[in-house]
Each structure stands twice: as C-alpha cells, then as structure tokens.
Design a binder for this molecule. Structure first.
Ligand SMILES: C[S@@+](CC[C@H](N)C(=O)[O-])C[C@H]1O[C@@H](n2cnc3c(N)ncnc32)[C@H](O)[C@@H]1O
Length: 261
C-alpha cells in the first residue's frame, strides 16, 4: 500500500465527486438514488454484522498463506481472526452496497476473488437465495473459517474454491453460466488485476457488473483502474473511491462518474 498515494487521491476524490443531482445519465442517476444512496436496513444486515462483531472479538489464530500483494499491516504467517476481520473484511457500508447491487440487478451467478472470512460473500449471497456465489480463497484455514461462518448464517448458495485465483478462475469461468456480477477483492497488483479482468471479460454479458476493490490502494492499482476505464468494452464506470464499478451496457455512451459516497 502507498499511503501518500491513497491520501492524495482521496483529497482529489472529495473535490471531484458529485451526488445524484449532478448526474445526467438516467441509468446512473437511478442507480445512485435507488441503490448507492439507499438507506433501508435490509433484514440480513443485522445477522452478518453480529457475525462480524464475533470475529472482531476472536483471539483464535489462523495460518495465513499470502498469495496476493500482501497485507500492509502484518505479514506474519499466523494472525488472530480479530485482526483479519479488522483489516481484510469490507466495512459494513461497502459490503451492504454490494448486497444492494446484487439485489437490484438480481445477480444470479456471482464470482468473488478473495473470500477471507466471508463477510462480503455473505452479503452478496443474502441478496438472492436463488443465486450462486462462487468465492475463491487461497488460504485454507481462512476458507475453513469462512465455511463455518456461512453455516452459522444458514447460507446454502455459496460454493467455495480453496486455491490460487490463477488456478481456479480459468476453469471456473468455463464451467459456470455467464457471470452477472464479479467482485475483485484480492491480489492487488496491476498485472494480476488486468489479467483477471481480461479473463472474466470473455464471459461477461451486456448486463454483467464488475466491481473492483481498492482502486486507490497503490499506484499500480490506480493504473489498472485507469486501463480498465479505457478498455473498448467498458461503457460506464462509477468511482466511489474505495471501490470502482464497471458496466458494459452497449446502449450507454462511454462515461466515467465520480460519485460521493
Ligand atoms: C481483502 S481480502 C477479501 C475480503 C473479503 N472479500 C471481504 O470483504 O470480506 C483478500 C483475500 O484474497 C486472498 N487472496 C489474495 N490473493 C489471492 C490469490 N492469488 N489466490 C487466492 N486467494 C488470494 C487473501 O488470502 C485474502 O483472504
């Protein structure tokens, strides 16, 4: 992580970002008003946040296999669950936005790169019990804990894949129906992010939504985000600073939005 890069870009984001009233695209205006700014406390939020609290209070140690760009906090091989929950899991505001996006687009086939303890997975799976969330995690002990968490929440629509993204993703994409939503939340390197983007793009349909986490985490991640925005297949992007949302809808003109969140 490059803290200075993140802070500088955050200041630029605060200055450039707008709310729904400055948006002229009807699609993005409606999405901002109805989904991004939706304040309804959906039923499943409470049980997932109760689980998060339990994890934040757990001293149990898990062995961590670091396959990604590494943690900026602690590269030790064993970490307490409390620390993993604090550093890796998406905060409630963003995880709940994932829920609302899955719910709004009725995403049926979902892929997540980076399960960790399963907080964001649980939100996406709760949005539609008829969906299937394929979530990939390379650290076996973390994936095992996520499995217990899904059981505790009574979620049955999650398929876990416990291996490196590089090994799982190509075969998974061949085996499943076209994905409706993909959440990229692991291995924050430029080349890896662009490689996963290109791979997934081959299976995307007109309505598929890609969501990239931590687009300002490092210079590399911001470069990857800028390349993604420029890609011919990409029509609309929404920058919420901590996440970037990508749409391929051919009927839209190419436009990039920076929205206050
Ligand atoms: C930021 S965490 C995911 C957090 C989770 N999506 C949430 O919000 O609750 C990223 C996870 O991706 C996993 N990861 C990173 N690179 C990976 C790779 N190349 N293959 C498999 N897993 C990887 C890490 O072990 C880590 O648990």
């Amino acid at each position: 992580m490059n803290k200075l890069h993140t802070i500088l870009n955050y200041l630029i984001y605060r200055f450039r970002s707008v709310n729904e009233h400055a948006i002229h695209s009807p699609f993005v205006f409606a999405l901002t008003r109805d989904v991004i700014y939706n304040k309804v406390a959906f039923y499943s939020y409470e049980s997932i946040e109760d689980l998060r609290k339990q994890l934040l209070g757990s001293d149990e140690q898990l062995k961590v296999v670091d396959l990604g760009a590494g943690s900026q906090v602690n590269n030790a091989h064993s970490r307490p669950i409390s620390q993993i929950a604090r550093n890796a899991a998406k905060p409630a505001r963003y995880a709940q936005l994932l829920f609302r996006i899955c719910n709004h687009f009725q995403a049926h086939t979902i892929i997540e790169l980076g399960t960790s303890l399963g907080i964001s997975t649980a939100y996406m799976a709760s949005a539609n019990s008829k969906s299937t969330v394929h979530t990939i995690e390379g650290s076996p002990e973390i994936a095992q804990k996520a499995k217990q968490n899904f059981k505790q929440l009574g979620l049955h629509n999650i398929q876990q894949h416990t291996r490196n993204f590089d090994d799982v993703l190509p075969t998974l994409l061949e085996q499943i129906p076209q994905p409706d939503l993909i959440f990229f939340d692991g291995n924050h390197r430029k080349d890896a992010t662009l490689k996963y983007f290109e791979l997934c793009l081959k299976k995307a349909h007109n309505e598929t939504v890609f969501i990239f986490d931590d687009i300002y985490w490092s210079k590399e991640m911001t470069e990857a985000w800028e390349e993604i925005k420029k890609h011919d297949a990409v029509r609309v992007t929404i920058d919420l600073f901590f996440i970037g949302i990508v749409f391929f809808r051919k009927e839209q003109k190419k436009q990039h939005f920076v929205i206050k969140f």
